[in-house]
Design a protein around this ligand. Structure first.
Ligand code: NAD
Length: 460
């Protein structure tokens, strides 16, 4: 069993730069002082036999993001069991992987009625159902792929960490951005000293207005009393990237933000409880559920329809959560939030979460003592002050998995199956031990927002 102290965690984070996806697409405009070559990555061979997994929650993530890896790479991963209450979803995954009837369960608890019958669990249940399966699963001897957030409170996160260390299990937290060529390159440049010491960072997450309404106004993460604060639910990826890139523990946090737009007081005259109730402004409303779901058919993976057609979608909009007027959703999570962090070595970072944006994406600028790095979510531009040099790094030319989150979903699975097969947690860059620090940053940011004060942190 491996005991992790802070040094081990930092070591693991450093190791994380040596990912298994080799970034190769470098357009060097002016070679010289700047090194445009990627750090060579250690390659991990494929497992000799498929890693056997049980999927808990076969929804958008459990089925779409992760099981799809086994369909593409059946020699590396096999889905041998499922727990999923929605029959359609349970049947879909069972059929795809020929899961025997005795390994199909309605809810996660029933998986543990049987002795251990796989190597790992994929925990992709809703946020309030991470803690239970993680604790019971660890106790039963499984390794875990654990969707973020790890759990809903800091205490619960710690419980899972303690049990992980006690059992010696491998627990990967799904910080999928760490497994994309784009963020790996960002981390590699930051670590290499190319731009000198990191002085400060400015990072923005653009949620995009339709995504905002789907997930954080109408959707499952719209009310922090029922799910989680948005800074944890959506932006623990961002706190994680900041922690990873700075490679320093965070000391202090302050945060402001509120729900400004999606409130009943902003409901236009003529609008109704549901878009299907004869709303007078439905045609001109950018958030019309009829336009988004029935006409454009986007974000449909959170619907559970036997058949997708105008009639079934209309019925869903008349009764389900996604048909509600965005100004009348019992939502309370902010639609904009700004957070400042101070790390060791006096590094500062400002993070802006924006719900009302036209495009989605993440924009990052890292200011170093010798140069700076600007990323627009697609390309990175790295500059050097003294040589007045710059080059642009385009990840589309590097080896990349064709999957969600810029290739990160399958990039994570690639490393996860190898970590489990060879029992080497160091293959992963987002073990639970490493991910605790950025979860704490998110919990503290929310405390700061609610309490209107600067929060100090234990150094992780
Ligand atoms: N890593 C990322 O970037 C990322 C992105 C989106 C969501 N998530 C997280 O992934 C998790 C799943 O999100 P999703 O978008 O797939 O949601 P989803 O609703 O599509 O999937 C969750 C599934 O869990 C099932 N479920 C509910 N109760 C269950 C139970 N008792 N036992 C077994 N299954 C049960 C639901 O029926 C559903 O099919 C959430 O925690 C979410 O925050 C992570």
């Amino acid at each position: 069993m491996q005991h992790w102290n802070r040094r081990d965690i930092l070591k693991a984070m450093g190791f994380a730069t040596l990912g298994s996806v080799i970034p190769s697409g470098v357009v060097a405009k002016n070679e010289g002082i700047l090194s445009s070559e990627p750090v060579p990555s250690p390659r991990h061979p494929a497992p000799e036999k498929p890693v056997r997994v049980i999927v808990l929650g076969a929804g958008a993530r459990g089925w779409g993001a992760y099981s799809s890896y086994a369909l593409k790479y059946p020699g590396e991963m096999e889905v041998v069991g499922v727990a999923e209450p929605i029959p359609l979803r349970r049947e879909r995954i069972s059929k795809a992987f020929n899961i025997p009837q005795e390994n199909q369960f309605e809810t996660w608890e029933h998986v543990f009625d049987k002795p251990k019958f796989a190597d790992a669990l994929i925990i992709a249940t809703p946020d309030d159902l991470h803690y239970g399966p993680a604790m019971v699963g660890l106790d039963a001897g499984y390794d875990l792929l654990l969707e973020k957030p790890i759990a809903q409170t800091w205490q619960e996160c710690n419980d899972i960490l303690q049990l992980t260390e006690k059992t010696g299990a491998i627990v990967a937290v799904c910080h999928v951005l760490r497994y994309t060529p784009y963020f790996r390159k960002m981390k590699q440049v930051a670590d290499s000293g190319e731009i000198g010491d990191i002085i400060s960072i400015k990072h923005t997450e653009l949620i995009e207005h339709i995504h905002m309404t789907h997930s954080y106004v109408r959707g499952l993460w719209n009310n922090s009393d029922e799910s989680n604060p948005i800074i944890l639910a959506k932006s623990c990826h961002d706190t994680d990237i900041l922690r990873w890139v700075t490679n320093q523990p965070c000391k202090k946090v302050s945060s402001f933000g509120s729900l400004s737009h999606f409130t009943e007081s902003n409901a236009p005259a003529g609008s109704t409880e549901r878009c299907t109730d004869g709303c007078k402004v439905e045609r001109e409303c950018p958030f019309s559920a009829i336009k988004i779901y029935r006409e454009r058919r986007i974000w449909m993976h959170h619907f559970s329809l036997d058949e997708v057609n105008d009639e079934t979608i209309t019925r869903e909009l008349q009764t389900g959560r996604f048909g509600r007027c965005v100004y009348r959703c019992n939502n309370n999570v902010p639609d904009h939030q700004i957070t400042n962090f101070e790390f060791e070595n006096n590094i500062t970072a400002s993070f802006s979460l924006e719900g009302l944006t036209y495009d989605p994406g993440r924009i990052t600028r890292i200011f170093g003592s010798k140069g700076d790095m600007y990323g627009d979510g697609r390309n990175l531009r790295i500059t050097n002050f003294s040589g007045r040099e710059h080059y642009t790094w385009d990840p589309s030319q590097s080896r990349m998995f064709e999957s969600g989150h810029g290739g990160g979903d399958h990039g994570l699975m690639h490393d996860f199956v190898r970590a489990v097969a060879f029992q080497k947690p160091e293959i992963l860059s987002s073990t639970i031990q490493v991910s605790m620090a950025s979860h704490l940053m998110a919990f503290k940011a929310e405390e700061s927002r609610l309490n209107s004060r600067v929060e100090t942190m234990v150094l992780l």
